[in-house]
Write a protein that binds this ligand. Structure first.
Ligand code: ZN
Length: 450
């Protein structure tokens, strides 16, 4: 499903730039200064702060050095290549199903079971999901189990990992069969505009997924319990009330049985809203760090990022469906005879659709990353204004550096980062701190890590 999140956004970004550039150019002359105050002539502010945001940022970054830095850089940079290998592997699996006509034979089996064109589709898709899951299993085991252990990020043995994998498989199986069956019904109903319907169906499933996953799926994997009473819980609830988030409890869940990663979220809507944090954050993070992280998570909720995410990613999905619909005709025009797949309403063409979608979302990676990273940066600034814990936030950014490169080049960050880099996050909060040095709560805290 993660792959579904992902080139219309390229168009959107291009449109944005096209619109923004002339506006800025026009804004220049008309926004000529009308004020006569020369800021440079003003006396310096009373307490010239002995705090340098650049130095403070570098001091934080230097805390992670040597082996630790090399290890997290290697883990994260390996992830760039995995995006490519995953896509090539998935396309190869489609080729294995198409060229020796395995897919055509699976369609034959479905036709042998029922004459109903409607029911042939779920029968085919059930076979497709099982076969592709088995064929991609070696890659999945390497990526999600072996590699996580290699970098010391996993707390699971193979059986525990496989148990979680089985739950994901069961959920994906049901969801994929449902979406596929409905999309193929739309294809038979409208061979010309099925890709518009396909987009709508996919987005509808995304919305349902976002609403029910925290309530029905997450508890299948982890145990949730109310956070123990105490000052920390009171501070979290007080912050939530001050941001008008309708919750009266905070939950903790046992992610440490799977991973060493720290995380938290504010999820749900229409009465299912809840604040959850994992036990890694609780056990490894200081109170100021926890408040900083929860401030960020509350930012996602208050800024409506679930809706923004669905709209922006929905545009990417629309472009993806348009690309797939167009290029399906192109490819089957060349290889249709070899594959025994000629029309888009033939379920045996599903591997073609999936290979094309994989290619599209690979190319769209920087776009989907930029959509997410932009919302993350918004939640960061919201969080530090709400929780007022710049140093706690910098601590958290360093903890996250265990699996995210701290100091990438701007190009790397644009292409591969779905969150701002550690450097940019710390830099942002140190600048925030520089502007708030005289506030009583900030004054009372540590001045600088230098
Ligand atoms: Zn976030």
């Amino acid at each position: 499903m993660a792959k579904l999140w992902s080139c219309a956004a390229v168009l959107v970004a291009a449109l944005f730039l096209a619109l923004a550039a002339p506006a800025a150019a026009q804004g220049g002359p008309s926004a000529a200064p009308t004020s006569t105050v020369d800021v440079h002539a003003l006396p310096p502010t009373a307490a010239a702060p002995a705090f340098d945001a650049e130095k403070a940022t570098n001091a934080y970054l230097s805390r992670i050095s040597g082996d630790a830095r090399a290890k997290s850089d290697a883990y994260f940079e390996g992830g760039y290549w995995l995006i490519l290998w995953d896509a090539l592997y998935a396309i190869a699996v489609s080729a294995i199903l198409l060229f020796p006509r395995v897919s055509a034979r699976m369609r034959g089996i479905a036709q042998g079971i029922t004459r109903s064109r409607f029911w042939q589709v779920p029968l085919y898709i059930m076979m497709y999901v099982v076969v592709t899951t088995v064929l991609t299993l070696p890659m999945t085991i390497y990526e999600e189990f072996l590699r996580e252990h290699q970098y010391g990020l996993s707390n699971q043995n193979f059986l525990q990992w496989f148990g979680d994998f089985a739950i994901f498989f069961a959920v994906n199986f049901v969801v994929f069969v449902l979406i596929g069956t409905i999309v193929y019904a739309a294809i038979r109903a409208s061979k010309r505009y099925w890709w518009v319907w396909g987009t709508g169906i996919t987005i509808a499933f995304l919305i349902v997924g976002v609403m029910i996953a925290p309530v029905f799926i997450s508890p299948l994997l982890n145990h949730y319990k109310p956070l123990r009473e105490g000052q920390l819980k009171q501070s979290i609830l007080s912050l939530a009330r001050s941001e008008a988030i309708p919750v009266d409890n905070v939950y903790e869940f046992d992610a440490s049985k799977q991973t060493k990663r720290m995380s938290a979220n504010v999820s749900g809507m229409f009465g299912t809203t809840r604040i959850s944090m994992n036990d890694n954050l609780l056990n490894r993070g200081s109170d100021r760090e926890i408040m900083a992280v929860l401030g960020h998570e509350m930012g996602h909720y208050v800024l409506g990022h679930v809706v923004t995410g669905i709209v922006l990613n929905g545009l990417v999905i629309l472009a993806g469906f348009a690309f797939v619909a167009w290029s399906f005709g192109f490819l089957t025009g060349i290889f249709g005879g070899v594959w025994d797949v000629r029309t888009v309403d033939d379920p045996a063409g599903l591997p073609v659709l999936m290979a094309l979608a994989t290619f599209f979302f690979l190319i769209a990676t920087p776009v989907s990353n930029t959509i997410t990273r932009t919302m993350e940066a918004q939640a960061d600034i919201f969080g530090v204004n709400a929780a007022r814990q710049p140093d706690g936030f910098a601590d958290a950014a360093l903890h996250l550096s265990e699996y995210r490169k701290l100091d990438p080049s701007p190009m790397e960050e644009f292409m591969f980062f779905d969150h701002p880099s550690g450097r940019n996050r710390i830099h942002m909060v140190m600048h925030w701190k520089a502007e708030h040095l005289n506030d009583p709560d900030i004054k009372a805290g540590p001045v600088s890590p230098q």
